[in-house]
Design a protein around this ligand. Structure first.
Ligand SMILES: *Cc1c(COP(=O)(O)O)cnc(C)c1O
Length: 401
């Protein structure tokens, strides 16, 4: 406790991220603690309604993390043993793990170098080849552990608060009869061609870990328009109880993925401030962009033309290929500035290499982004002075390389 600004003994001058909590949130959580319902109560319902209304979705299902939300989407899509699911290796590891939970096979496809989101043309070729099967399918499969199929779903990630190219992804999904799952855990508040993130897939998930746009401590919400899928996911979240089941009756194999009332109250209070929180994050991003133009060798993040609303999650810069990103991070740390490499490619995580035989070089764009990208300190409570300090230290580090 109390060491939030210390990293390996080193005093940090600014935090990597910080939640934005006011008395409104404190009072909502206290109200739960002063009541007798700490779980399965009115705040979960109120929080679900606030998300459904904000996104314009028919159904919202609160769960205890973004990961468990994605797992329920995979179950609702009917993905099971050996099924193929096209997805991205440039993501937080949870978006691919949820396939492994069901013994399905994530089929990785490389990404667009500008946005870091799935390259829709590669997805189109992969889906056609996988549907054809045989030798054509083989070029997309991992070296081992991938033989089976069929192709069941497409799980796309809205990386760093920017939706993927859903016009193309939707047409591929429709052509091949695939469920389209949208991992929007980093993109609450974003829009693609005027459509809200969360409305772009058949089902979508938002996540609320403390560094996300809004927080519940731990938590997530699934949104979808399909009543049957929503009912299934509500049941799976609650130990497989079907509507009408008594307390110890379980129609399906389910889980305890419920969100508690304290978390829901916190999320509900945050949703009342969502526009303010997103606007503050956008302001911090502008402060960064204004200063980074003057620093050579660093590229500020940029939105695609289809991104009609960017929802800033993290602030990830890219270094010129000749710069040593890890050395920059190390020197920044020594200067009191925390940073994080974003993302470490999923296919190169030890258990993915072990299970599927992936090797460096398999997804060149993802690996290049993974090597050159660095997340700088970012939150809605960051001040212009803190942004200036980070940029000043970064410029100093780069000048001294
Ligand atoms: C945050 C995040 C998740 C879910 O994370 P939890 O910690 O389980 O809430 C899933 N996918 C992506 C891309 C994320 O950034």
């Amino acid at each position: 406790m109390g060491d939030a600004l210390k990293s390996e003994g080193q005093e940090m001058l600014v935090p990597m991220s910080a939640p934005d909590i006011t008395d409104r949130e404190r009072e909502a959580v206290a109200a739960v603690l002063n009541s007798e319902r700490l779980s399965i109560g009115p705040y979960v319902e109120a929080f679900e309604r606030s998300i459904a209304e904000y996104v314009g979705a028919e159904h919202a299902i609160a769960v205890n993390s973004g990961t468990t939300g994605l797992h329920l989407c995979v179950r609702a899509a009917g993905v099971a043993d050996g099924d193929w699911v096209i997805t991205t290796p440039f993501s937080f590891v949870a978006s691919a793990n949820v396939m492994l939970y069901e013994r399905a096979v994530p089929i990785f496809v490389d990404v667009d170098p500008q946005t870091g989101n799935l390259d829709p043309e590669l997805v189109r070729s992969a889906a056609a080849d996988l549907a054809a099967g045989g030798e054509r399918a083989k070029r997309w499969l991992p070296r081992r552990g991938g033989a089976s199929g069929p192709l069941k779903a497409l799980l796309s990630v809205d990386v760093f608060g920017q939706p993927a190219d859903y016009e193309s992804l939707r047409s591929v999904a429709d052509e091949h009869g695939l469920a389209l799952i949208e991992d929007s855990c980093e993109a609450l508040g974003a829009a693609y061609r005027g459509v809200a993130a969360g409305k772009l897939g058949d089902m979508a998930v938002f996540a609320f870990y403390p560094n996300k746009q809004i927080t519940t401590g731990e938590g997530g919400v699934i949104v979808c328009d399909d009543g049957e899928a929503a009912a299934l996911m509500r049941s799976l979240r609650n130990q497989g109880r079907a509507p009408g089941d008594r307390w110890l009756e379980h129609t399906l194999l389910g889980y305890n993925y419920r969100m508690d009332e304290m978390s829901a109250a916190l999320g509900w209070a945050q949703m009342a401030r969502i526009e303010e929180l997103l606007a503050k994050r956008a302001q911090v991003a502008r402060w960064y962009a204004d200063r980074l133009v003057a620093i050579e060798g660093v590229e500020a993040p940029d939105a695609a033309e289809t991104t009609t609303a960017m929802s800033w999650f993290v602030y990830v810069v890219r270094f010129a290929a000749e710069l040593d990103r890890d050395l920059v991070a190390q020197r920044l740390h020594a200067a009191g500035i925390p940073s994080r490499p974003y993302f470490a490619p999923i296919h190169l995580q030890p258990y993915f290499r072990e299970r599927f035989g992936y090797q460096p070089g398999d997804f060149p764009v993802v690996e290049d982004l993974g090597r050159r990208s660095l997340a700088l300190p970012f939150s809605s409570v960051m001040t212009e002075g803190q942004v200036a300090l980070v940029c000043e230290k970064l410029a100093g580090v780069l000048a001294a390389l």
